[in-house]
Design a protein around this ligand. Structure first.
Ligand code: KIV
Length: 266
């Protein structure tokens, strides 16, 4: 009989950092994708608020609501047995009162059954991170480029302020975050932060020296219009392959060759 795999936990990730084993994280927003990633033994599955752009076709992550995060988070968590499932706190949760932040994160944990949450921010959100951790909610701090602050940051730009990055990273660690996710920072800065922290770092557009890497799954699989950031490596071109299949189906229906006798009931 196949034994149920052990779930990846905060302790697993800490031990991976100590042993120099790289952590893998990818995004999912639905049941079949999450099931596929879990079977592929991806360590962490992120239900990112990138769903606003990737699934809903919006131009930023800002409009995504708490209910939408819970809707997608529940499907993803239900599909997994091994991966740690992390759900994003949407804008402006984390920027309002600490009570509101804890209540929102608790609602995500209760209704999705995920294992952790991720919140954008570092130094300025230190008290909120501490409150989440005190409430027993494992928390990842997302620093560097924070997409929910895209307008304040003047666009999706590389974040080069070393002091700010280190201050945010240290504040996150001291507040009890179990991991720091760094987006769009130069590799040497990401390396420095990774060396200075005892908790794992996961990078996106942050070079090769982080303890782990994350990408948006739809970008990696080529399931989009090809417009992807510089840091994405496309491992497949599923959009072209799917378009080919759909064109073939339309042609077969139009020619009357689908369905065949084998595909019909006798
Ligand atoms: O929302 C998201 O998918 C993210 C990743 C880009 C890290 O935060």
């Amino acid at each position: 009989m196949n034994e149920k795999p052990q779930r990846v936990t905060v302790k697993t990730l800490q031990s991976m950092k100590r042993k120099g084993q790289r952590i893998t994280m990818l995004t999912a927003y639905d049941y079949p994708t999450a099931q596929m990633l879990d079977e592929a033994k991806v360590d962490c599955i992120l239900v990112g608020d990138s769903l606003g752009m990737v699934v809903q076709g919006k131009t930023t992550t800002i409009p995504v609501t708490l209910d939408e995060m819970i809707y997608h988070g529940e499907m993803v968590a239900r599909a997994t047995v091994r991966a740690m499932v992390v759900v994003d706190l949407p804008f402006p949760v984390g920027q309002l009162s600490i009570t509101h932040t804890v209540e929102s994160a608790a609602s995500i944990m209760k209704r999705t059954q995920c294992q952790a949450v991720k919140m954008e921010g570092g130094h300025q959100q230190a008290a909120a991170i501490r409150a989440l951790v005190d409430a027993g909610i494992p928390t990842i701090a997302h620093i560097g480029l924070r997409p929910q602050s895209v307008h304040a940051l003047g666009g999706y730009r590389v974040q080069r302020d070393a002091d700010q990055l280190m201050t945010d990273a240290k504040a996150a660690e001291q507040s009890g975050a179990f991991c720091v996710l760094m987006e769009c920072v130069p590799p040497d800065l990401a390396k420095l932060v990774t060396e200075q922290l005892s908790i794992p770092t996961i990078g996106i557009g942050a070079g090769p020296h982080c303890d782990g890497q994350v990408l948006v799954t739809n970008d990696l699989l080529g399931w989009n219009n090809g417009d992807v950031p510089k840091f994405v490596r496309r491992y497949a071109d599923l959009r072209s392959e799917s378009a080919r299949a759909v064109n073939q189906y339309c042609e077969d229906v139009q020619k009357g060759t689908f369905p065949s006798a084998d595909e019909s009931f006798g």
